[in-house]
Design a protein around this ligand. Structure first.
Ligand code: ACM
Ligand code: ZN
Length: 536
């Protein structure tokens, strides 16, 4: 109830203030914006001051971000100094991601419930400053304003598949920069799949030589083309690189959640170690898309030994509470024909192969729980039953998430109907010059925006919906320019569902996107043009 009242307060405040304020345009939409009289001059004299040393990294970060707009890199001070300071401080009565941003002619004052909230306040400031076109001889003029803001959902995510196509560390960092701009706080890194194993595991160095490489790649659309490019393709992130990405993301208050796929989507691992499959192979890293019949054998102890050894290295690299263990698209034919799997079913008193999948997931979950972590799995982990502590990522529409919430499990909503940004963006892809993409239905920004993560749930069940996420599968996406084309501006729509669910307004979102577009331009992001051309 308290949350409902607080939300109501924020919504009423927001509506009242937005009506009087056509000029401040921030995405995701803040809870309340009150335009004041006067202007703050952003200039070479601007100093970023903070009163708590935990804010020093954020001060440093924005000194760089605001350099061009100030006319030089602003000085940083651990006490209030100067005539036009940006004052950063913490307020422990605020929630962790809650902030206020108060621009007056004399100062910019930021208060946040944590350094992360202060970071978000400055992302909002960056949008205001980029949008501010007027300037005086002294510097760039920012409109006086009072913003009070906090997010609706605690989990706001974006996934990147680096298995179908791999990207450089610099590109992954740029992806993280883009997430940070949109106040996204989880980067789901899809690291293993049938078409490539992408994380160095010291104990299994052959994964880098065999599992990370495929002989060639399908050209054109899966099931329509039979042409292959004849070019070996692959790559892996070393553990040093992984640590660098995790650190880089943490500096932007983004937690990296690694995904290690099991029991399906395991052909890269099986190609390296054929004894981990039911038939013993040989297997080849897949060169085409779709679902493989070959999966980890659930009967052999050596499978679990391998997985635990891999996860031991993974948890040493990733401090995240959650480890994503996949769980999707695991055909059961190989298990039906496998003596070891059938023996496991008999010995464990399991009803069928669905319960064998549940056995697999529970066993890995138990190991991760014992090592202080929790699992997220795609909604197929519901098959055969799940433990109460597993978080379900609903992707085959919302029904898996609805079922999980009704069971009392936590849920991340990422239905392919609204959140699969590997799908086409317009009704007429050919006419609009869209590159080859997945998906039967177009998924424009308006569709992402329309996501209602609570549909079909009672108020009590809604409490289990922890957040939302977009997923970027990369079967047809080989370059980082193309990644950005698929990501932007649909990520902006998702960010508003995650941050501003209780104050969504698509027309207003489109208006404010014209400002965020200026930030995209300033940073040379390769966003898709459709929304800005009226194709929404
Ligand atoms: C999925 O798209 N297979 C999770
Ligand atoms: Zn087996």
């Amino acid at each position: 109830m308290k949350r409902l009242l607080t939300s109501l307060f924020f919504v009423v405040g927001a509506l009242a203030c937005y009506a009087a304020n056509p000029t401040i345009a921030i995405v995701p939409r803040p809870a309340s914006v009150e335009v004041l009289q006067g202007e703050f001059v952003l200039s070479p004299k601007t100093v970023i001051c903070f009163d708590d040393k935990s804010l020093a990294p954020t001060a440093q970060f924005y000194a760089a971000e605001l350099s061009d707009m100030c006319g030089r890199r602003p000085k940083i001070a651990s006490r209030p100094i100067g005539k036009s300071p940006i004052l950063l401080s913490l307020d422990d009565s605020f929630e962790e991601e809650q902030y206020t941003l108060h621009i007056t002619p004399k100062a910019i004052t930021v208060e946040g419930g944590s350094p992360k909230a202060v970071f978000y306040a400055l992302q909002s400031l960056l949008q205001i400053a980029t949008d501010a076109e007027s300037s005086s001889a002294a510097g760039r003029l920012l409109p006086a304003v009072k913003i009070a803001d906090k997010p609706y959902f605690g989990y706001r995510g974006a996934m990147l598949d680096v298995c179908r196509h791999i990207f450089t560390v610099e590109e992954v960092k740029r992806y993280i920069d883009i997430l940070a701009l949109h106040k996204i706080n989880r980067f789901h890194w899809h690291l293993t799949d049938d078409q490539g194993w992408r994380i160095e595991i010291k104990r299994y160095p052959e994964l880098a030589k065999i599992g990370a490489m495929r002989k060639e790649t399908l050209v054109g659309k899966y099931r329509q083309s039979e042409i292959y490019d004849g070019t070996p393709y692959g790559g892996i992130f070393t553990q040093d690189e992984v640590r660098e990405v995790v650190r880089y993301a943490a500096e932007r208050y983004i937690e990296v959640i690694p995904e290690i796929e099991m029991p399906g989507h395991a052909v890269a691992a099986l190609s390296t170690y054929p004894h981990l499959g039911c038939s013993g192979g040989p297997y080849n890293v897949r060169t085409t898309w779709g679902i493989s019949k070959e999966v980890f054998c659930a009967g052999k102890e050596t499978t679990f030994e391998f997985i635990e050894n891999v996860l031991a290295e993974v948890i040493a690299l990733f401090p995240s509470k959650y480890i994503h263990i996949g769980g999707d698209e695991c055909p059961k034919g190989a298990w039906k024909a496998c003596k070891a799997c059938q023996k496991r079913i008999a010995e464990e008193g399991l009803k069928d192969e669905h319960e064998l999948q549940s056995y697999f997931v529970r066993r890995v979950e138990k190991w991760l729980n014992e090592h202080g972590r929790q699992i997220i799995g795609w909604d197929e982990i519901l098959q055969g039953g799940i433990t109460q502590s597993a978080t379900v990522m609903s992707w085959r529409g919302k029904k898996g998430g609805i079922a999980a919430a009704k069971l009392g499990n936590d849920v991340i909503m990422t239905p392919n109907t609204h959140c699969y940004i590997d799908y086409y963006q317009t009704e007429s892809p050919a006419e609009n010059g869209e590159p080859l993409a997945n998906g039967r239905r177009p998924l424009p920004a308006s569709r992402v925006y329309a996501l209602d993560p609570y549909e079909g749930l009672t108020e009590a069940e809604c409490a289990h919906i922890k957040g939302v996420q977009v997923n970027l599968w990369t079967e047809y996406i080989a370059t980082f320019d193309h990644v950005q084309h698929m990501l932007l501006p649909r990520l902006a729509a998702l960010s508003e569902v995650g941050w501003s669910y209780d104050r969504k307004d698509f027309d207003d979102f489109c208006r404010r996107m014209n400002t965020l577009r200026k930030v995209y331009d300033a940073k040379s992001y390769n966003y898709a043009p459709y929304l800005f051309n009226g194709i929404k």
